[in-house]
Design a protein around this ligand. Structure first.
Ligand code: UDX
Length: 432
């Protein structure tokens, strides 16, 4: 089939490249000519393991076309995916849909024969209705079906999540569109995964409901970790004991330093905003948002306690600053709260992250990026493991810190507390 992905960010580029790997011809369109040029030179502008290789392979076989020419891409495609950003509006919780509606208004000009228009970006319930209103004259002539097809891709695992989805969710009342989309997705609907079709609003809500639930699961285990620290219980035992129950499931039960990323924070806020518009109180999601926000200060206060309340001139090392491993994405990472806070209190901070230097910290004089783990840890008072990159999993701390007295604060529970004790290293985990 001939597809058009509008927007070449995490969603549009990964989906477009993977669709081309299934044999489709895919136009990837972006207004940013620089981005298009780098894609045409085989350079991937996002950090997604494995993406560059698949992109180059399909680009070479002419199944991938990167262009800023939206008109040609639309005219030549049967299915059009809207994959533009839907960031949280400034000083509000609602999703900013201006890019989505801009695209809809462009589509109005170029659609001359039947097309399926799909929202793959995460959009609030009823967005499809609004797009349909903009394209109503096309709709009346049966030239267009507007469909919701949310993605469930995790950064760093996006290719695996694309090719082995737990489910493909399609929201439409058009049998014609359903049939076409079922054949598009057939190659990746394995026996243990589902092609699930529902109403358009249903598909839009499934996305938010899923992300908000995962955020709830994480905040739940994070709060239990607080209780574990007071009761001398190891949170990992709780996660295992709970997760073995099929009804609960073991995934997304790892306690940590508050969830971050471009989705959970944005989607939980947008869901609360939608519920407000429909006069419904989602009290649980609201408390998840607050719990997660409060957690960042809670753990930063713990850092101060570990260092004897006064962090001034103390050497603090952050191993990892991204919101999760295998990405360079800093959006809503808890380090964006912790590092400025500690810097303002006079701490001297060094950080190392495998994804490299972060411009987010350039304005802080006493925050320094180090080129490797040893340089970041040398003579440090406190080593904080903020992100569970594989590189941090087998460290010989005494050898790299070269200091008799130092502490490790393992925010991802990578290490075993008793082994640290045996090695005479002062160790703090989360919920242990
Ligand atoms: C998420 C959803 O998982 C994905 O389905 C959706 O399409 C996009 O948003 P992503 O934000 O890329 O994916 O990362 P994810 O792996 O879900 O982690 C989000 C945050 O939760 C990270 O900060 C991570 O560290 C944290 N997390 C995750 C935990 O703290 N504990 C866990 O057990 C799992």
């Amino acid at each position: 089939m001939k597809l058009c992905m509008i927007g070449t960010g995490y969603v549009g580029l990964v989906s477009g490249v993977c669709f081309s790997d299934m044999g489709n011809t895919v136009y990837c369109v972006d207004k940013d000519q620089k981005k298009i040029n780098s894609l045409n030179n085989g350079k991937v502008p996002i950090y997604e393991p494995g993406l560059e290789e698949i992109l180059r392979k399909n680009f070479k076989q002419k199944r991938l076309i990167f262009t800023s020419d939206l008109k040609t891409a639309i005219m030549n495609s049967d299915i059009i995916f809207i994959c533009v950003g839907t960031p949280t509006k400034k000083n509000s919780n609602s999703a900013d849909l201006k890019y989505v509606f801009q695209v809809a208004n462009e589509l109005k000009k170029y659609i001359k024969k039947y097309k399926i228009v799909i929202t793959k970006s995460t959009v609030p319930v009823t967005t499809g209705d609004k797009i349909e209103k903009i394209l109503k004259n096309l709709k009346n002539k049966n030239l267009v079906d507007i469909v919701s097809n949310p993605e469930f891709l995790r950064e760093g695992e996006a290719i695996r999540d694309f090719f082995s989805p737990d489910r493909v969710v399609i929201g439409t009342d058009s049998n014609k569109a359903n049939k076409i989309l079922k054949s598009l997705y057939l190659p990746i609907i394995k026996k243990n995964s589902r092609y699930f079709s529902t109403s358009r609003r249903g598909a839009e809500l499934i996305k938010y409901a899923s992300n908000a639930f995962l955020a709830t699961k994480i905040s739940y285990i994070n709060e239990l970790a607080n209780l574990c620290e007071k009761t001398g219980v190891d949170i990992k035992d709780i996660s295992f004991g709970m997760g073995s129950d099929q009804r609960i499931g073991e995934r997304f039960l790892r306690a940590g330093p508050a969830y971050g990323g471009s989705c959970f924070p944005k989607d939980t806020r947008a869901l609360v905003d939608t519920s407000k518009n429909f006069n419904t109180n989602l009290s649980i999601v609201k408390s998840v948002i607050k719990s997660n926000d409060d957690r960042k200060l809670l753990l930063t206060r713990k850092i101060e306690t570990i260092l004897g309340k006064n962090v001034r001139n103390k050497n603090i090392t952050f191993l990892g600053v991204t919101f999760k491993p295998n990405t360079d994405d800093m959006r809503e990472a808890s380090s964006l709260f912790m590092i400025p806070y500690l810097n303002n209190k006079g701490a001297k901070i060094r950080y190392f992250d495998p994804s490299g230097y972060k411009k987010e910290f350039e304005k802080f004089k006493k925050v320094k990026f180090c080129k490797d783990i040893s340089a970041a840890c040398l003579k440090s008072d406190l080593i904080i493991i903020h992100t569970e990159w594989n590189e941090f999993k087998l460290l010989n701390f005494k050898k790299i810190v070269k200091k008799s007295k130092f502490t490790v604060y393992d925010m991802r529970n990578i290490y075993n507390p008793s082994k640290m004790k045996v090695n005479g290293i002062k160790y703090f985990g989360i919920g242990r």
